[in-house]
Design a protein around this ligand. Sequence first.
Ligand SMILES: O=C(O)CCC(=O)C(=O)O
Length: 258
Amino acid sequence: MKTFEVTDDARFEFDLRGFLHLRGAMEPDEVNEYLKWGKEAEDVDLEALNADFPEGMKRHSNRPVSRIIDVDPRFAIFWDHPSVVPFIQEFLGEDYKHIDNELYYTYPGYGGGGWHRGVNVHPTGHVVNGKFICPMVKVFYCITDVGPGQGEFEVVPGSHRAQFVIDMHGRIDLPGQHIFDDVRAGDIIIFNEGLLHNGRPNPTDHTRKTIIVNLGRADAGVWEGYRPREETLAAVTPRQREILSNTNPEFWKQPVLV
Ligand SMILES: O=C(O)CCC(=O)C(=O)O
């Protein structure tokens, strides 16, 4: 398993652009294992899974499964994967917490999402006195290749400190955007949720598969319906339990202005 260090270069890049693209961060055997877990989870009974929060059927994407951690606790590896831990601790602090999680497929025919961000912009892009103070950071574990036109993920680098508002309604393309169209299965993307981001339409017959883990600082709450079940917490390692046992109030309280 490849390990990464938080170098001065990485710090500089994450501050400036708001994301890092860790290439080849997962080995092919590892990715194949995760693809298998995904396949096994695809047919879960979503109504039964969401019996404790039926609204999840409408409000969560379930493409194919939101709150994947409650379907298969093996996915807990993604909360403290050795390739990402140094970065997450640098950006969120050592006591980072779980916010939400998805097994996320961008199927053929997907029409594209809408530009959004999970937290507000910050005048310095969430750096104060030389330290990151990001409230929310997302990790995308990419388990399929993604080439041009295949429903790519996209961000606007630097938009975590944007000072002007533009009309984003109905737009697939924004000025200054970065399209992740050279992704290989095994890559990991880490981004500041203050960045504008979106999923592009997928007119191909290729499904983009991502495992998404959303993390916050020690005071972060879970998104609605994402508090893990007791059985899930019992099945994971003590460290994963610590991250997943988020006792802060539900909902991300900060209103997000886009
Ligand atoms: O990967 C994508 O298509 C978009 C995912 C997204 O917008 C999100 O996780 O907030």
